[in-house]
Design a protein around this ligand. Structure first.
Ligand code: FAD
Ligand code: DLZ
Ligand code: SF4
Length: 516
């Protein structure tokens, strides 16, 4: 038998089972295809990242002695679809089987699964680059009335031994989040990211991305994502030394000027396979035991990877394809046009979206509490918001994007990702950030021409969704406050929000799928 080993753009790891078990006659195939760049209009940095990283990985494979076929965007016979390319090349090289590691998106997994029994059969192998497989997650979830990250996470700690001292968690607690809620502080000094050199391969990849996809969001002038394992290791070392010690404390802070704060920006490198989550957790743990970073920082960081990252993946694979159709709060609104161009006078949104356009990155609190929160309060429909997050972030793949957007942000899954919606008014953004002092609105006003739109939208959201949310024990307090308000105040807020939403709908570009 002679297999074709298809390696996808987010599978750039030598540890893949397909590569580990490769027979000597195997042909390894990587394919640049327009379909993967366009099924949502990916940010130009994201496309540049995939092209540059795939080309470097193909080179590394060849150096290790693999026989590699690389389909480039400009190849005349390129079919521009992953499935068609693999089958075309299998015929060309006389392969009798196509092997591939489980992709990161259900649409591809399903398409490949349809061909398992074809005359040229596809064999799907499990992706072993995570701590858990979808089967492990299903087993953990079986019989539980409620799925909660915290219990899943503790089990992961015990199973992997990260931050464990015998049977006990290091530092005496599983979770140090109460130490991790500091807001932005003008005296803070954030570490600058390492600047990566663009070799000839990277330069050519970026030029090709530009030539084919210049109509997509962003420009490549300041492209600085790691595209090789070596660059990713530089970023990991830099983060654990300079960012990690402060990571916990300022995990929830938002800055008007700094895009990364003390976040790692390692998600893209991990998601495409340049770093393994295990080595990232191990590097962070080492800093704790060396006395270089405190427990609240290291525990908080490891929880994001060992806990959240695995949890969302388990949810995705055990709940798809139904998950994508869920819309618990029955949201119908289109995405406001300014999500594509940052053209808004709401400062926090303007900054989060502009940073996204500049870097194909926003940190978690910008995604959750600024762009996410606003979409939640306006009731943006899941498919519109999900396509946006999937398109604009370099780290976005549906297995991780969808549960975060549909579940965590829009509460569309009825509480699998979070026991209550992460809704907040302008008061929260004012407390955690330094945006409001630069804004034309006032976070302290709820009605009137200068009132922060988040405020009336917040109450409007609670009111509109009372039937579903007011019985939630974690929402009791806030619904109590709403109930105690005078009818006049409630009515004024309602009017204010309705007017705002109406304006949103009549603004130019509203309702178009994307704006570049
Ligand atoms: P850090 O803050 O340094 O965190 C360390 C690592 O923890 C990250 O690199 C990431 O691997 C992991 N992590 C942290 N939070 C989460 C989470 N909620 N879910 C899964 N992993 C997590 N992350 C993606 O990798 N891809 C996405 O497409 C994506 N879409 C998101 C969409 C929305 C609406 C929200 C609210 C969050 C999304 N996240 C996504 C999670 C998180 O925001 C990013 O992982 C994080 O901002 C990446 O930046 P960082 O590497 O600096 O993270
Ligand atoms: C995101 C992306 C892009 C832009 N281009 C390619 C590509 O040309 N070839 C490829 O194999 N993968 C690409 N990808 C990543 C795929 O979309 C990704 O593998 C699936 O979405 C599954 O996670
Ligand atoms: Fe955002 Fe409101 Fe603050 Fe303006 S006032 S920055 S819109 S929270």
């Amino acid at each position: 038998s002679k297999p074709l080993l298809l390696v996808l753009g987010d599978q750039l790891s030598f540890s893949l089972a397909t590569l580990q078990e490769a027979p000597a006659n195997a042909v390894v195939v990587l394919c640049e295809v327009a379909e993967e760049a366009r099924y949502v209009p990916h940010h130009i940095h994201k496309i540049g990242l995939f092209l540059a990283a795939m080309r470097h990985f193909a080179q590394a494979l060849r150096e290790k002695g693999f026989q590699v076929h690389y389909s480039a965007l400009d190849d005349a016979d390129n079919t521009h679809s992953l499935i068609d390319e693999a089958e075309r090349l299998a015929r060309q090289y006389n392969c009798d089987e196509i092997r591939v590691t489980r992709p990161g998106e259900w649409r591809l997994w399903n398409a490949m699964h349809q061909r398992v029994k074809a005359s040229l059969p596809w064999r799907l192998l499990e992706d072993e680059r995570f701590f858990t497989t979808p089967d492990d997650f299903a087993q953990w979830a079986r019989g539980r009335k409620q799925l909660r990250l915290e219990y899943f996470y503790r089990q992961q700690r015990k199973q992997t031994g990260f931050l464990m001292e015998g049977d006990e968690p290091a530092g005496g607690q599983w979770n140090f989040d109460h130490d991790n809620r500091h807001s932005i502080d003008p005296t803070l000094d954030f570490p600058a990211l390492p600047q990566h050199r663009h070799d000839a391969l990277t330069q050519a990849a970026l030029a090709d991305a530009e030539r084919h996809f210049s109509d997509h969001m962003g420009n490549l002038e300041h492209f600085n994502l790691p595209v090789t394992r070596r660059q990713a290791l530089v970023d990991l070392e830099h983060f654990t030394r300079h960012g990690l010690p402060h990571f916990g404390r300022y995990q929830d802070a938002i800055s008007d000027s700094a895009p990364y704060l003390y976040h790692s920006r390692l998600s893209a490198a991990m998601n495409i396979g340049l770093l393994s989550p295990r080595e990232v957790c191990a590097a962070a743990e080492q800093r704790y035991y060396a006395g270089d970073a405190p427990i609240n920082a290291v525990e908080g960081f490891i929880r994001q990877i060992l806990g959240w990252r695995e949890y969302v993946r388990g949810l995705y694979w055990t709940q798809m394809p139904d998950y994508k159709r869920a819309n618990q709060l029955d949201f119908k609104r289109d995405l406001p046009a300014f999500y594509w161009n940052a053209d808004t006078d709401m400062r926090c949104l303007q900054r989060a979206i502009q940073m996204t356009i500049d870097n194909s990155y926003a940190h978690h609190i910008q995604r959750l509490m600024v762009t996410g929160n606003f979409a939640l309060l306006c009731g943006v429909k899941p498919e519109a918001l999900c396509d946006w997050y999937l398109a604009v972030y370099a780290d976005a793949s549906e297995w991780v994007e969808l549960p975060n957007t549909l579940g965590m942000v829009l509460h569309g899954d009825g509480g699998l990702m979070g026991s209550k919606p992460y809704c907040a008014s302008g008061k929260y953004i004012d407390k955690m950030s330094d945006h409001c002092q630069h804004c034309r609105y006032s976070p302290k006003q709820v009605t009137g021409p200068n009132a922060c739109p988040f405020n009336s939208l917040y109450w409007h959201f609670l009111e509109t969704n009372a039937e579903q949310l007011s019985k939630n024990p974690r929402m009791k307090l806030i619904y109590g406050s709403l109930k105690r308000m005078s009818d006049e105040k409630r009515e004024a807020m309602h009017q204010q929000a309705e007017q705002f939403l109406q304006q949103l709908e009549t603004s130019p570009g509203y309702g178009q799928a994307c704006h570049t």
